[in-house]
Ligand binder design. Structure first.
Ligand code: ZN
Length: 478
C-alpha cells in the first residue's frame, strides 16, 4: 500500500511538471515591425520575369544537351531590363555560368551577398497544361519553368536593386548580386564566385540564397504561416556497396548469392537508422513553432527531456521531412546484378544517396555503413560526398535584419530557423561567412511547392510583386 501511494505521488508530480512546463511554453512577445509600403513598378517586374522565362536556360550534366545561345540570350536582356544596375554596379563575370554585380555602398566593411540561380531543370512538355517557356499569363498567374525556382527571386533581386538605384538609394554596405547558371547540376558557377571573393579578400557579413519559404501546415499543430530560414544544410553523399565474386552458373548456386548478401546488407542498414540528432536549427524550430502548436504537441515540445524517445520513434516510423530533420538519411536508389538470368553476377552493387546531418562526416557515415554490411566482402565506397554546412548564427544582427524584412512583408508569418534538407549553392559560402541564410522570398502553397522541378510550374503575379518588395526591404537594411 505504501509503495502504491509512493508511485501514485510520483506520477502526480510527473504529470504536474509536464502540465506546468506545457502551460509556460508560450510564444515570447515580439516587437511589432513597421511595414512601410515599397515603391516600385510591379507590372514591370512581371513583364521582366515573363521575358526571362522565354530563355530556355536548361542545364544538363551532359553539356552537349545545353543550348549556350539561350544562356547568352538571357544575359543580353539584362542591361536594357535593369539599366540602373548596369550603370552603377560593376559587372564581373568570374566564370562562364556566373554573373556578379558589385554595388558599392557607403562602406566595404560588411558586404552582403544576394544570390539566385538562372538555370532551370528540364521539362516534360507533354505533361504540362501550357507551354513551359512561353511566359503565358492567365488569371493573374504566370506560367513557366523557373518562375518559382529561381528566376522569380533572380528578377526580385535585380528589380529591387534597379528601383532603389533609380530612387537615389546607396546601401550602407557593399552589396554583391551573385547569380549562377548551373546550380541545378551542382556546377562551377557558385564556387567560381566564391573563389573570386577569396581572391579579392571579400568576407561576406550576410549571404542570402534560396531555401525555406513562407509556408503553411508544415509543422504539427501550427496554423499560422511560417517563414522558414535555413541556417544550415545537410551534406549530400553517394555510396556504392559492391560485391565481387567468381560468378558461376545459376544452376549450382552457393547458399547465399551476391544479390542475397547485398539485400541482407541493405535490410540491416534500413533496420538501423542513423541516430536521432537534435541540431541547433531543429531545436530552435521546435522551440519557436512548438510554442504556437496545440496543447498535445506543446506538451511534447516543452518536455523533450522525456519525450525524445517518443519523438524519435514517431520520426522513424513516419519517415519523410520530419525524420530527415533529425537524422542522417539513407535512400537506396540503384542496383545492378548480372546481365543474364542464368549467370551469378561476378560484380553486383547497390547505390544509395545519403544526406548527412550536422555533426556527421562523410568518412564517419561510410564506416557506419561498412559495419552494418556485416561482411568484409561487401565494399562501401564513397562516390561523392560533402560534409554538412556549418550552422549560421541567429543571435546577432544579420539574422534579426532578415527576420524584420520578412515580417514587414508577410505580416502574419512566424519567422523560424530550420535545417535545409536539400542542397543549395549557398553551401559553398560556409568557409567564407558565418551568416549564410537560405530563404526563398515567396509564400508557397503545398501545391506550388510540388511544382518545383515538377509539371505546370507557375507563379501568381502578386507573389512576384511581394518578392520585389521584400528585396527592397532587405537591401535597405543591409
Ligand atoms: Zn531547383
Amino acid at each position: 500500500m505504501v509503495w502504491f501511494c509512493l508511485i501514485l505521488a510520483a506520477l502526480m508530480v510527473f504529470i504536474t511538471v509536464l502540465v506546468m512546463r506545457t502551460t509556460a511554453f508560450k510564444p515570447e512577445a515580439e516587437e511589432p515591425v513597421a511595414s512601410e509600403p515599397e515603391v516600385f513598378d510591379g507590372d514591370k517586374a512581371v513583364r521582366d520575369l515573363q521575358q526571362l522565362i522565354r530563355c530556355k536556360t536548361v542545364s544538363y550534366r551532359d553539356k552537349s544537351l545545353e543550348n549556350d545561345a539561350e544562356f547568352a540570350k538571357l544575359e543580353a536582356l539584362l542591361p536594357a531590363m535593369f539599366p540602373h544596375v548596369h550603370q552603377v554596379c560593376e559587372f564581373i563575370k568570374p566564370g562562364p555560368r556566373s554573373l556578379l554585380f558589385h554595388w558599392k555602398g557607403k562602406s566595404a566593411e560588411a558586404p552582403g551577398v544576394l544570390m539566385a540561380h538562372y538555370d532551370v531543370v528540364p521539362v516534360n512538355e507533354e505533361l504540362w497544361d501550357k507551354p513551359a517557356f512561353e511566359g503565358i499569363i492567365e488569371n493573374n498567374v504566370l506560367w513557366g519553368r523557373g518562375t518559382l525556382d529561381t528566376k522569380g527571386t533572380f528578377v526580385g533581386v535585380l528589380e529591387a536593386a534597379d528601383n532603389l538605384i533609380a530612387q537615389g538609394f546607396v546601401p550602407e554596405n557593399d552589396l554583391y548580386l551573385a547569380f549562377a547558371g548551373d546550380e541545378e547540376i551542382s556546377g562551377e558557377g557558385a564556387p567560381t564566385i566564391v573563389r573570386w571573393f577569396n581572391e579579392h579578400g571579400v568576407k561576406p557579413a550576410f549571404v542570402l540564397d534560396e531555401g525555406g519559404a513562407v509556408v503553411e501546415k508544415v509543422f504539427p499543430g501550427v496554423k499560422q504561416p511560417c517563414a522558414l530560414i535555413g541556417i544550415g544544410e545537410k551534406g549530400p553523399m553517394d555510396v556504392k556497396l559492391t560485391l565481387d565474386t567468381n560468378g558461376g552458373h545459376a544452376s549450382t548456386p552457393p547458399p547465399h548469392t551476391p544479390v542475397g548478401l547485398l539485400a541482407k546488407a541493405v535490410t540491416n542498414i534500413e533496420k538501423h537508422p542513423f541516430p536521432f540528432t537534435l541540431t541547433p536549427p531543429a531545436e530552435q524550430m521546435f522551440d519557436i513553432l512548438g510554442r504556437r502548436s496545440t496543447f498535445l504537441y506543446r506538451m511534447i515540445f516543452a518536455n523533450l527531456w522525456c519525450f525524445k524517445p517518443v519523438l524519435n520513434l514517431f520520426c522513424r516510423l513516419s519517415g519523410g521531412e520530419l525524420n530527415a530533420l533529425v537524422r542522417t538519411t539513407v535512400a537506396f536508389t540503384q542496383m545492378q546484378g548480372s546481365a543474364a538470368s542464368n549467370v551469378l553476377p561476378p560484380h553486383a552493387w547497390v547505390g544509395a544517396n545519403l544526406r548527412l546531418i550536422s555533426g556527421e562526416t562523410v568518412e564517419g557515415a561510410r564506416k557506419r555503413l561498412q559495419k552494418l554490411c556485416g561482411s568484409k566482402k561487401i565494399k562501401v565506397d564513397v562516390v561523392m560526398g560533402m560534409n554538412p554546412s556549418p550552422i549560421s548564427r541567429t543571435d546577432d544582427e544579420p539574422y534579426q535584419r532578415l527576420s524584420k524584412a520578412i515580417r514587414a512583408t508577410w505580416t502574419d508569418a512566424v519567422v523560424s530557423p530550420y535545417l535545409m534538407l536539400a542542397c543549395s549553392d549557398s553551401r559553398h559560402y560556409g568557409p567564407i561567412s558565418d551568416h549564410v541564410y537560405r530563404f526563398s522570398a515567396m509564400a508557397l502553397s503545398k501545391e506550388e511547392r510540388g511544382m518545383i522541378h515538377g509539371n505546370n510550374e507557375r507563379i501568381p503575379l502578386e507573389t512576384i510583386k511581394k518578392t520585389v518588395a521584400f528585396y527592397q526591404r532587405i537591401i535597405k537594411s543591409c
